[in-house]
Write a protein that binds this ligand. Sequence first.
Ligand code: HEC
Length: 137
Amino acid sequence: MPRLKKDKVTTFNRNAIIFAIASWLSLSISVASAEPISTSQSTQQKSVSTNATAAGDVATGRKWAPLCMSCHGAHGISTEETYPNLAGQKEAYLINAMHEYKNGMRKNPTMVAMAAPLSAQVIADLAAFFSSLSPGH
Ligand code: HEC
């Protein structure tokens, strides 16, 4: 019987994880309390009662995106050489990358911590948003 390695998580950067959880918590609060941007929009509320991942939603992704903007730029174009641009990237690529940070295939500690608390739905929404931005902004 193979034994599960329980100590894997201890190799992660704890501070980065704490930072990510803290940002995630404060962001969920602001997203939860955010008013719909357009008042003319009729009730298109999705009731998320299952674990199924719906197609990414740009408007929802825009609400989560502030979590990413400090590094990846307000329009998905970073001013720092170390942070990749996300604007205009293919949606499927962004989704894959995020899942690779979650499942350990990609090991960058910052992004591992950023991706860890995000659900597949939030990842899909973020990918839809960043993919919708112009790469030439
Ligand atoms: C503290 C800075 C920081 C924050 C905040 C951050 N990232 Fe990143 N991100 C990085 C760095 C650094 C890399 C490059 C990591 C690597 O080499 O794998 C990266 C890489 C990525 C990649 C892979 C890009 C590629 O071309 O392969 C994606 C996708 C991504 N980030 C999405 C996000 C999303 C979505 C958020 C918000 C939930 C976010 N990031 C928040 C620093 C950050």
